[in-house]
Design a protein around this ligand. Sequence first.
Ligand code: KE4
Length: 426
Amino acid sequence: MSNRSQQLLSRALNRIPGGVNSPVRAFRAVGGSPFFVDRASGSRIWDVDGQERIDYVGTWGPAILGHAPDIITQAVKETADRGTSFGIPNPLEVEMAELICDKVESVEKVRMCNSGTEATMSAIRVARGFTGRDKIIKFEGCYHGHVDSLLVKAGSGALTFGHPDSGGVPQSFTDHTVVLPFNRPSAVDAAFEANPDQIAGVILEPVPANAGLYLPEPGFLEHLRSVTKKHGALLIFDEVMTGFRLGFGGAQTRFGITPDLSCFGKIIGGGLPVGAFGGRSAIMDCLAPDGPVYQAGTLSGNPIAMAAGLAALRELQNHDLYEQLEARGQLLEDGLRAAAARTGHQVQFHRIGSMFCTFFTEQRVTNLEGAMTSDRDLFARFFQGMLEQGIYLAPSPFETGFLSTAHSETDVQTTIDAASTVLASL
Ligand code: KE4
């Protein structure tokens, strides 16, 4: 690891818990220490000692156009010159709301906030306020941000550290949280039978991507839609990661499911702090100032985040870049599968569009139980080997990688070649 990164890390450890402002950045799941980034552009990142790497983390999803595209940086600069924050309604908020509602059919009204966590926390509050019920169903391995009541068998950083629950969350805060295995319709039916007229909502990542990446089995999302309708509960899609990533309409359009509420983040902020949640007007009108469900945010609808997000979404819309992302994703998948086969490694390579992950297991992975069979040590060695080859993957076996429109075919081939070398050495 570079000297300047070491110096920065030792300073950071003195003043920031774990030296990081978000746990998964600490490399605890893969060993070694994190490098410190100096700058990023396109598919590349440079650390403080000038080491260049191809980046497949993409700031955990927002950088779908690659890092620092002119279209976004220009929008940020121009907007900042007119003021960085107002706390007063501004035109950009209206444009963002209109664009989201225009592109996501299930959303008639949307409210901006400042993170995915705020979006999911607010969505479950709306569900409870709208239905008058208390219980929420979530699924093992799904991560919806660090909401107290949802930090139960959560994924992402919580899972990375092997304890998918969290300290500091009183048992009473999770008494209304029902946790089920993903892709198990019978478990969902049983939960509704056991909690008649008590379930306000079912929240899920329609494509779980915080325990590694796995897909909904055929019929599972449809089953959730019908069982929630039958029991008067709201279906809440956490599309913080998949929204505008898997196409303009996100996972709900891709899978043809109409949720009652949707959560967004990441891409819609163009890399700036953002979150949003929305749904049918009848549900969203529960929110203050019209309705009894309170939710607020000083920087919600921040003009710079709105300008950056609008620039990103308009670029995606004007050039329909999703076909390119699919093609690059297929190229990467074919290459990595071939590399694993050549080197005899038992790998489950999962991909949907520009999202992918590698499980080092011979088992099929359809939920958290399967993901947990992944060989973490082997993943850590793979990660470190790829890092040495100049490829930055997500520093945890329980995360997802992202391609951007800035990843060239040469980048992908370089990555495949690196993987072949590293896998052969493991
Ligand atoms: P934030 O509060 O971190 O903006 O969003 C929380 C969140 C909610 N829902 C989903 C589906 C998410 O993936 C996330 C956050 N994703 C993680 C990456 N797996 C953020 C990385 C981190 O925690 O540093």
